[in-house]
Design a protein around this ligand. Sequence first.
Ligand code: PEP
Ligand code: MG
Length: 583
Amino acid sequence: MLVLHGAGVSSGICIGTAYMLRRSRPEISEYLLPDHLVDSEIERFSRAIKEVHRQLSLILERIPSNAPKEASSFIDTHILILNDSMISEEPIQLIRNRKCNAEWALHQQGKMLTDMFGKIEDQYIRSKSTDVIQVVDRVIRNLLGQDETDHQSLKKGQIIIANDLTPADTVLLKHKKIRAFVTDLGGPISHTAILARSLQIPAIVAVHNATRFIKKDEDIIIDGKRGVVILSPDKNILTEYRKRNRHITQLKIELDKLQKARSVTKDGKKILLHTNIELPADVKATIKTNAAGIGLYRTEFLFMNRLSAPDEEEQFKNYVKVVKAIPNRPVTIRTLDLGADKQVDGGKHSGDVAINPALGLRALRLCLKSPEIFRPQLRAILRASAFGKVRLMLPMLSGVDELLLALEFVEETKAELKIRGIKYDKKLPVGGMIEIPSAAIAADLFTPHLDFMSIGTNDLIQYTLAIDRVDDAVNYLYDPLHPAVLRLIRNVIEAGRVAKIPVAMCGEMAGDLRFSRLLLGLGLTEFSMHPASLLGIKKIVKTSNIASLKRFAKKILAIKDIGELHAAVDSENEKQNRRNTQK
Ligand code: PEP
Ligand code: MG
């Protein structure tokens, strides 16, 4: 029995077997063939192409009919690339002319193609070189007789062990019904970790040696809360964890009873509890938890795992699906936040990479520079607004000028729709995410132009503390209770109060029970989180008294020592939890 430690990013316990997801690229060397073997090498190559075609078609058939379209379009793209003569025929010429092995010929051809993609100006098309690499690698693996990489041998309920997972991987794995994952790398607020929480599966990142120590099909236990992976557990440990699992299930059953309960504090303050979603299918969980609405719809996930961007119509249909699924409840559609770790292709091999992508052309900056992406999305959101209570939210505001420019885009789109006689909500609320310190400090400059604000603590913490949210080397500095972060949050809430516009929080901090009382005390009245947290937060809301939490928040803000501050937050939570269980 061996125990590995990492950062538990999604709680829960899972007992199962390990599935090793290997991503390293195959090593290729060139060797020359005698003349008489050239034809059989060409045949070997053609057989590999056919076999990969068969594998991809099989995957396509196995995708459940209710899976979002992007899951199958990802495979469609790979089949298209595979069928292209650049991949299936050009290498044959190379084998013939150079008398080289098939792997080398394909490797060279793949390299030539990705170099070519790298020179294309359009960032989106350029990023497609990843798909070419994936197809090339798949054929090469087949030629080398190595395991395929599309998880066909992944059995239902297995635990994924990987060096790292991209958000795009996680979306695909979602359809494999994985029960937990462990990665060598990653941070607690990476989008992959966020997805794990929204899937409600235990996950541990930054384990460092997971792929080295865990063996294929080995029995393991994942304790997502404690960030512990137990390899080949003995009988006693298994019994203990099964007991804990039953306890967690029992707690969930208790919480489920709060679905219909109102989200109101003991002293009568109504607190809005919203959900964060990534795909239309996630709306089911919003309905199940009886959330007041959707506080963050991360629309960029529709753009992942596919060759071409979804057009206006496809985006519109996705939005309408969500809006109609929860009539009379607000759906906050955030405009695209692509870039940094959310590349359309999952961020791998995409040609030129910014040195600091999180500080680069991301989110609203990318949209303002790419009207061909921004305008169709704005049209789709505005059109969807005719079908329900849509709110539009702009991510990553850093200065008022860019906000004004974005608002101009919105107004122009409205005017265009009006001329074309297309319906939209003329009073569509437009809000902004406050997730860059400049916007949090100067929130009062933004409020005159916004209908609401939402604090994105994931990025706000990343930028305030200068810690890359996906870099496990600096994970230890991640601290939502850092006084600088708390002061910024207080500042935004205060700016909203003065301007009389609602302030929500949709970063991960909003769904963390440890911070709920402090946030209530700071005056936060709208929380948006992954659905799995919602009922736990509601339980805290219902047992809280705002007047006393205000005093608590004031006390916390006055503490200078960080250790003392953490201890004071924990002790208040423990005190309240004890009091509630005694009742
Ligand atoms: C945030 O930054 O807190 C947020 C909610 O947005 P995202 O995690 O998608 O960057
Ligand atoms: Mg953000």
